[in-house]
Design a protein around this ligand. Structure first.
Ligand code: SF4
Ligand SMILES: [Zn+2]
Length: 390
């Protein structure tokens, strides 16, 4: 190779390396998320003050101890001078109106649009995350964040004429205070609230949010502790505990299980999961099996075979669950809702579109079976004391 060309290639490689190193440094050396023009809007809830200006966050199962100037594992809760702040409060990264079926929610205000909102970051590290560009970056690393107070979010929902707001896209635990403030305002103004969560909050913040919540959609990633640790860097037990709390508190609950081929698709394990749901939460809790497509750190894993999803469906129905569905397979018949007594099609869906609803006042039109769910309305009655109660 001629000497001058060698020098040129070496220079290009050096510049490339410098750019990568600079970029890496910027991505790991998070500066404070909010400057003087965007001050922290909200102190965090649920934390303890420790010695030397450290704090212990009590929001989720991690119970992070956070030194002054640092942020917790979820990247959103920052210790400033011994006080904890949620840096994404008022700064959503995604706000869209979408069909409620996209959550997926099948027994909650079917065939309506809801205002979906999410921010940066998460308290899990799922290798398969479909929303990783939101969930696995801090607010500083995001290209886009908006300024939207809780009041403005509820205004936006009203203006859009939607019956509900959904906290989704990334984990609501990571923007708990924002979700909490929006939920309380929404309830006052007759707008329902949905929370799509990985379900690993601590019991106290969960119980504080439930009175302002109309529906919880919980991702149960597997019925396997080892899978939780290896694939999500999280724990199964807090999720199971919280499913029971949500059920006990009477908030409408649907469960989503994303099936990855050869990772969490063992029909026996799925039968155990469905049996646990039936025994602990009741056979009427909807369970959605969702198809995996290559994403984030698993770009080479194949999409879940439809036959695997169908085997999971059979296992769950065999364990006694009454409302099981298959999602992310547009046109699949098992995406619709059927009467568990007479098999009449009650809600016919094609992916996120509802083609037909045959419920009559929440009952099967053929056999009269009562079908559980929230079929109409604009959210539950305000909690006594309301927004001014705190
Ligand atoms: S919410 Fe965030 S800071 Fe708090 S314990 Fe969980 S991961 Fe840690
Ligand atoms: Zn029927």
């Amino acid at each position: 190779m001629p000497y001058r060309r060698l020098i040129l290639i070496t220079c290009i490689l050096c510049v490339g390396l410098a750019v990568i190193l600079l970029n890496l440094r910027n991505r790991t050396d998070h500066p404070p998320a909010v400057d003087d023009e965007r001050p922290y809007r909200r102190g965090a809830m649920f934390y303890d003050e420790l010695e030397d200006e450290a704090v212990q966050c009590r929001m989720c199962f991690r119970d992070c101890i956070i030194a002054e100037g640092e942020t917790g594992f979820c990247r959103n809760r920052r210790n400033v001078d011994g006080r904890l702040y949620n840096v994404v409060h008022g700064h959503p990264s995604a706000v869209h109106v979408e069909p409620v079926e996209a959550e997926p929610a099948h027994h909650f205000l079917p065939d309506t649009d809801v205002l979906c909102i999410g921010t940066a970051s998460c308290n899990f590290r799922c290798k398969f995350c479909h929303n990783w560009s939101l969930s696995q970056q801090s607010m500083d690393e995001m290209d886009v964040t908006h300024d939207l107070t809780p009041e403005e979010v509820v205004d936006r929902a009203e203006k859009a004429g939607v019956p509900a707001i959904s906290f989704t896209y990334n984990e609501p635990t990571a923007f708990y205070e924002y979700a909490y403030d929006i939920a309380r305002l929404a309830q006052q103004r007759g707008i329902a609230v949905m929370v799509h969560t990985n379900g690993a909050l601590n019991p106290e913040p969960l119980r504080a949010l439930l009175p302002y919540t109309d529906a919880m959609i919980v991702d149960l990633k597997a019925f396997n502790q080892e899978y939780y640790r290896r694939m999500t860097d999280a724990e199964l037990e807090p999720v199971l505990r919280n499913l029971k709390i949500i059920h006990e508190e009477g908030v409408w609950l649907e469960i989503v299980n994303l099936i990855l081929p050869k990772m969490n698709d063992d029909p026996e394990e799925i039968r155990d999961m469905a049996t646990w749901i039936a025994d602990n939460l009741g056979p009427e809790v909807p369970l959605h099996f969702s198809r995996f497509f290559p994403a984030y750190q698993l770009p080479d894993l194949s999409p879940t075979p439809v036959s695997t999803l169908e085997a999971a469906y059979d296992a769950a129905r065999g364990a006694g669950l009454q409302y099981v569905s298959i999602g992310n397979v547009p046109g699949h018949a098992k995406n619709s809702t059927y009467c568990p007594q007479c098999d009449t099609t009650l809600i016919e869906r094609r992916h996120f579109s509802v083609m037909n609803i045959r419920l009559e006042d929440g009952h099967c039109p053929e056999c009269g079976e009562k079908i559980p769910g929230i079929w109409e309305g604009k959210g539950r009655a305000p909690v006594p004391g309301g927004i001014d109660g705190d």
